[in-house]
Design a protein. Structure first.
Ligand code: NAD
Length: 300
C-alpha cells in the first residue's frame, strides 16, 4: 500500500519504520530534515512538503504534537491551504496524535465534506511500544473506515479498539491517561508514606502488587528508584513518558470535563501535582518522577 507518514518524532519514526518493514511503500515528511534522512536509511522515501508526501497515497498517517498542528496540517493556517483542500483522490486519513476530541471532530467533518474518511487513532504504549510494534490504537470514526485501517494499524500495534464515532478515540485515550496520572501519583504517595515509616520500597511494592492496591504503575513502572531495574525511575527518570506530555493529557481531560460539565476532582488533583512538578523544572523527566515531589530524602 502507498502510505504517506507525516510527523517523525519519538513516536512517528518507529511507527513509520514498522510500516516499511511490513512491506508498505512509505513516503515521509517532517519539518526536521535529519528525521527524514533516518527514515530514508530504513527504506522510506522522503518528500519536500506534506503535500508532496501525500501525492497518490492510499492512506495518510499523521503523528503530530498537538491539535494546533493537526488542524494546521489538514485545514491550513495563516493563509496557507491545508491538505484537505489540495489532496487528489480520497485517501483514508489516520491521525494517531493525541488531541482534543473536538479538534478531531472538526477535521473529520471537514474531511467528510470532501468525501474523505478521517479516523482519530491515538495510541497507548509509549516509545517502547512504537518500536516493538505493540501499540494500542484507540480509534474513533465509522466502522467501515476502521476496518479499512486495520491492516495498517496492525503493522504498528497489537491491540486495536474502535471506541465509537469521530472523537471517541480521543475521549477514551484522555480517560485512560487521566487514570494513569492519578494512579502514578497515588502510587508515589503510598510509597513515600511507607518509606517514611520505615518500610523498604521494594518490599512495600511487592506487598501492594499482590494486594488490593495493585496497579499498572506498581506492576511495570515503579516510580521509586532501584525497585524495578528497567523502569525510568532507575535511570534517573530519563526516557519514558515526559511530565510535559502527561501535563498536556491532563489538560485535555480538564478541558473535556469543563465542556461536558463533568466533575473530575482526582484528575484535577493529579493535574495540579504534575503542574507543580513541571514548574520546578521537571517537564522533560519521565512522569514517574512525580515521586520526587513526595519526598526530600529520596536518592537523586
Ligand atoms: P514529538 O514532538 O517527538 O514529534 C512530533 C513530530 O512532529 C516532530 O518531529 C515535529 O518536527 C513534527 N511536526 C510538527 N509539525 C509538523 C508539520 N506541520 N509537518 C510535519 N511534521 C511536523 O512527539 P511524539 O512523542 O512523537 O508524540 C506525538 C504524539 O503522540 C503526541 O500527540 C503525543 O501526545 C502522542 N503520544 C506520545 C507518546 C510518547 O510516549 N511520546 C505516547 C502516546 C502518545
Amino acid at each position: 500500500m502507498h502510505i504517506a507518514f507525516i510527523g517523525l518524532g519519538n513516536m512517528g519514526s518507529p511507527m513509520a519504520i514498522n510500516l516499511v518493514k511490513a512491506g508498505h511503500d512509505v513516503t515521509v515528511f517532517d519539518l526536521v530534515e535529519s528525521s527524514m534522512r533516518q527514515l530514508e536509511s530504513e527504506g522510506a522515501r522522503s518528500a519536500s512538503s506534506a503535500m508532496e508526501a501525500v501525492h497518490g497515497a492510499e492512506v495518510i498517517v499523521s503523528m503530530l504534537p498537538a491539535g494546533v498542528h493537526v488542524r494546521g496540517l489538514y485545514l491550513g493556517r495563516e493563509g496557507q491551504a491545508g491538505l484537505l483542500d489540495q489532496i487528489d483522490g480520497q485517501p483514508l486519513i489516520i491521525d494517531a496524535s493525541t488531541i482534543a476530541p473536538e479538534d478531531a471532530r472538526i477535521v473529520a467533518e471537514a474531511a467528510r465534506q470532501r468525501g474523505i474518511e478521517f479516523l482519530d487513532a491515538p495510541v497507548s504504549g509509549g516509545v517502547g511500544g512504537a518500536k516493538a510494534g505493540t501499540l494500542t490504537f484507540i480509534v474513533g470514526g465509522p466502522e467501515a473506515a476502521f476496518q479499512q485501517a486495520r491492516p495498517v494499524l496492525e503493522a504498528m500495534g497489537k491491540n486495536i479498539f474502535l471506541a465509537g464515532e469521530a472523537g471517541a478515540g480521543q475521549v477514551a485515550k484522555i480517560c485512560n491517561n487521566m487514570l494513569l496520572g492519578i494512579l502514578m501519583s497515588g502510587t508515589a504517595e503510598a510509597l513515600a508514606l511507607g518509606v517514611r515509616n520505615g518500610l523498604d520500597p521494594a518490599t512495600l511494592s511487592e506487598i501492594m502488587k499482590q494486594s488490593s492496591g495493585g496497579n499498572w504503575a506498581l506492576n511495570v513502572y515503579n516510580p521509586w528508584p532501584g525497585v524495578m531495574e528497567n523502569a525510568p525511575a532507575s535511570k534517573d527518570y530519563q526516557g519514558g513518558f515526559l511530565v510535559d506530555l502527561m501535563m498536556k493529557d491532563l489538560g485535555l481531560a480538564w478541558d473535556l470535563a469543563l465542556d461536558s460539565k463533568a466533575a473530575v476532582p482526582m484528575g484535577s488533583e493529579a493535574r495540579n501535582l504534575f503542574a507543580l512538578h513541571a514548574a520546578q523544572g521537571n517537564g522533560r523527566l519521565d512522569f514517574s518522577s512525580i515521586q520526587r515531589l513526595y519526598r526530600s530524602d529520596m536518592p537523586e
